[in-house]
Design a protein around this ligand. Structure first.
Ligand SMILES: *Cc1c(COP(=O)(O)O)cnc(C)c1O
Length: 391
């Protein structure tokens, strides 16, 4: 441990330790002043504030419809249900499990596609290779907020007459060539859970220009019922409560600063670590803007140092890490039976997944702490020949 560097981490540790994740919430007074009126009225779910959130988001992203739901997972489940999608859907293996679970809930077979070696996003060329007569849709994901190649995916989807949905859980505030994420494909679904940048406690937002789909989603989130007690489609209770909407509305003004700070932190990590041998980072293309919901380095494992071991050594030095996304979906218990040994392999996904180490990234992290974390990483990587194997 470097005694000159540790004080910054130690300071953060006093309260109570350096955390991997720490959401910045809006001022309680802002939330309370919105919620108080609603609370008095007694209409505390799926009412005025939810509608206000929906119209603020639709206006901001310049989409026709925004439908608020209880989570990104339920939003994805209902989008597939409302579009009547069955058969096979192509989804990246390098993503969070919820992307694939939304398919399983609909009895859809997930077909796992490889990711691109630089952006870590679903690879359109690999998607094209996996289309069969049973394929009905593509589910893209903007990994860590880095916009996926929507242009190629849109071209492939329309050429093969497939629906195109995006799991945009990480990407509220991301833009692709100046165009906001939320405007691509048949629908995009955001998450407002506490590890994302816009926090509602729990919540999801579906954005779409398809009025028919929006109407079906409004029914679907309310047991499929639009008011006639005779459901239009099989739904569930996936409504957003007014309190969650109050949090999201109050959090909206903080978003711009959060994205700027996440980008600054990502740049700092990159600058301070990029000369290290075997270490690379997720690439954001052209003038795309990522929210950097998460930041990971990628380490090519060698005889002395693997991603696992780097995490372990950082943990011993009080630096918390995660491994997003390891294992990839096709190697997870609930999904592995959908990926057969005769299927095309997923070499890039396995390579990327094997090497990822996620570092703390949130607004309240100081430059000093980032520098201290990087010093620890540098020390481990550059001295790995001295570490031995006590794991
Ligand atoms: C967080 C996350 C989800 C799930 O979001 P919830 O709102 O918690 O349901 C889905 N997909 C990805 C990629 C995520 O990171």
């Amino acid at each position: 441990m470097n005694p000159l560097i540790m004080p910054a981490i130690a300071r953060e540790r006093q309260t109570p330790s350096l955390r991997f994740m720490q959401p910045t919430l809006p001022a309680w007074e802002d939330v309370a002043s919105l919620y108080r009126e609603v609370y008095k009225s007694g209409l505390i779910t799926n009412a005025e504030l939810v509608e206000r959130l929906e119209s603020v988001v639709a206006e901001r992203l310049r989409v026709k419809h925004c439908v608020a739901v209880s989570s990104c997972t339920s939003g994805l489940m209902l989008v597939f249900k409302a579009l009547g999608i069955a058969g096979e859907v192509i989804v990246p293996s390098f993503t969070f499990s919820a992307s694939g679970e939304a398919l399983l809930w609909n009895g859809i077979r997930p077909v796992f596609a490889d990711c691109e070696p630089d952006t870590w996003n679903i690879d359109p060329l690999d998607v094209a290779r996996r289309i069969t007569s049973r394929t009905t849709a593509i589910l893209g994901v903007h990994i860590h907020g880095n916009p996926a190649d929507t242009e190629s995916l849109t071209r492939i989807a329309s050429r093969s007459d497939l629906k195109l949905i995006f799991d945009s859980a990480h990407a509220f505030g991301s833009t692709q060539q100046g165009k906001p994420i939320g405007t691509f494909g048949d629908a995009e679904v955001f998450s407002l859970s506490p590890t994302k940048l816009l926090v509602a406690g729990e919540g999801g937002l579906v954005t779409t220009d398809d009025s028919f789909l929006a109407r079906r989603l409004r029914a679907a989130r309310n047991y499929g019922d639009l008011g006639g007690y005779d459901p239009e489609l099989q739904g569930l209770n996936a409504r957003m409560s007014e309190f969650n909407a109050a949090l999201a509305i109050s959090g909206m003004p903080l978003l711009k600063k959060k994205i700027i700070r996440h980008n600054e932190i990502a740049q700092m990590y990159t600058r301070l670590l990029s000369d290290l041998p075997g270490i690379t980072f997720q690439h954001v293309r052209g003038d795309n803007v990522s929210t950097y919901k998460d930041f990971s380095l990628h380490i090519v494992p060698n005889r002395k140092l693997s991603s696992d071991r780097l995490c372990y050594l950082l943990h011993k030095r009080s630096v918390p890490t995660q491994r997003y996304y390891y294992p990839p979906l096709h190697q997870q218990k609930i999904f592995s039976s959908y990926h057969h040994s005769t299927d095309l392999p997923l070499p890039v996904t396995e390579h990327v997944s094997e090497g990822v180490v996620n570092l703390p990234i949130y607004e309240s992290l100081s430059d000093q702490t980032i520098t201290a974390i990087c010093t620890e990483i540098r020390d481990i990587v550059l001295n790995d020949h001295q570490q031995g194997f006590e794991l």
